[in-house]
Design a binder for this molecule. Structure first.
Ligand SMILES: [Zn+2]
Length: 434
């Protein structure tokens, strides 16, 4: 018999909720209805919202007792997950990505890491609390959003824009990509996500003269575009430590036994092993070209060529970085901003942080908890527009050798079954007692 949390995560993986981007998606309705039914079984009243056909989010509120808390302001905590996943090419996987296979003590499948594991842990934690007849201290807004993997246009942003009353009273939120453990120097540390980089997706458009491929041609759109793309892709952005990353580097150096005055931040981060690739991106701006397009025949010079660039900056540096890119590639290339979202940096202190750290350490007393900035983004960006402070806290105690960060959007996503039970317990403690 599969443990309850794992069974829920497996059921969720079996709904193919692939989000292809640009509004193209297999839809989240079935997954939302499944999760809604789980919440209804606990006596909660659910509300469903379709931002577009098939793009369903579901929200419920658990009433708090406010015992020992300021009941005049009634601050609520949002606990949110997303139900969509990025595409998976089955040919690259060693299992069917949508079968929810269990082997080697792990649950495999697209979403096992991002983030059907946490969706299931949320339900499991609520079951532990509500079926035991207990009541959390504060109101919990439980939300399962559609479309996180394409910026939340048909999910969190839609609800924040059109249904802000769902989040009334909420001041803080917890969700994905934080709270998981890494092991360095034989010591386990949990990375609590306290911030997210900003994102700007731009399209570069180079225009030239359409002509026969045999002509002498200075004004070649593809040549101009390629030069701009190379400049952006090769740009080495300097390390810029913020309060969070400064604290993180200091702690990592302590664990690794290195001196941060002598050893560079990149080197310290890389010495942590599997998490290194994830953390390095949070120390600086990154500007990665991700798509090239132009031309239609071998002997025709096209009049236009385009490229997409994924820019991630630290919070507040967006405009300065855009200006630098403009200066780098010159005025001849058009820059179109296709999507942007804010960056966040929240303090690694305060009652919620204390509660998250406390519930982790009560289940894993030997470990350390460290703050980090996510180089990607989550639905916490949308909630921040309502003044809600969001953290990444999907607690998982993981084996040292598992490259967990590498499995986000990667192949053979898998999560240990016992980590799901650990997560459910830690989360349950937090939701009950905070
Ligand atoms: Zn995610």
């Amino acid at each position: 018999m599969l443990e309850e949390t794992a069974a829920i995560a497996r059921d969720l993986i079996r709904f193919d909720t692939t989000n292809y981007g640009n509004g193209r998606s297999n839809g989240e309705t079935e997954a939302a209805e499944y999760l809604g039914a789980q919440l209804e079984e606990l006596g909660l009243k659910t509300e469903y919202f379709d931002a577009a056909p098939g793009r369903t989010s579901v929200v419920a509120r658990v009433e708090g007792s406010y015992e020992g808390l300021d009941s005049t302001t009634r601050p609520a905590l949002v606990v949110h997950g997303h139900t969509d996943v990025v595409p998976a090419d089955a040919a690259n996987w060693s299992v069917d990505p949508f079968a929810g296979e269990v082997k080697d003590g792990m649950l495999w499948g697209r979403g096992a890491v991002d983030m059907k594991d946490m969706d299931a842990m949320m339900v499991g934690a609520l079951r532990d609390i509500l079926l035991a007849g207990k009541q959390p201290k504060r109101d919990l807004v439980i939300a399962f959003f559609a479309d996180e993997e394409n910026g939340g246009v048909f999910g969190s942003h839609h609800l924040v824009d059109t249904q802000p009353q769902l989040f009334s009273g909420a001041t803080e939120a917890i969700s994905e990509v934080g709270g998981y453990s890494i092991t360095m120097n034989g010591q386990r540390a949990y990375l609590l996500q306290t911030g997210e980089k900003a994102l700007i997706w731009i399209k570069l458009i180079a225009r030239g003269t359409a002509a026969h491929g045999s002509r002498v041609m200075e004004n070649n759109a593809i040549t101009k575009l390629a030069e701009a793309v190379a400049k952006i892709g090769r740009r080495e952005w300097p390390i810029h430590l913020t309060d969070t990353t400064e604290q993180l580097i200091t702690e990592l150096a302590r664990i690794m036994g290195s001196d941060p005055q002598q050893v560079g931040a990149d080197e310290i981060v890389l010495s942590t092993g599997t998490a290194g690739g994830f953390i390095r991106g949070s120390l600086r701006t990154t500007t990665n070209p991700t798509l090239l397009s132009g031309g239609y025949k071998h002997n025709v010079i096209p009049d236009e060529a385009t490229a997409l660039v994924d820019i991630r900056t630290l919070a507040g540096e967006e405009d300065a970085v855009l200006a630098e890119i403009r200066a780098l590639i010159g005025d001849d290339i058009e820059i179109e901003i296709t999507h942007r979202d804010v960056g966040l940096e929240n303090p690694f202190e305060g009652p919620l942080v204390d509660a998250m750290v406390g519930s982790l350490l009560s289940h894993d007393p030997e470990a350390t908890v460290l703050p980090y900035i996510l180089s990607g983004g989550t639905d916490n960006k949308a909630l921040s527009l309502l003044g809600i402070t969001g953290y990444g806290f999907a607690p998982l105690r993981l084996p040292a050798e598992l490259d967990f960060p590498g499995m986000f959007h990667g192949v053979d996503e898998r999560v240990p079954l016992d980590a799901l039970v650990f997560g459910r317990q830690v989360l349950g403690d937090l939701l009950l007692n905070y």
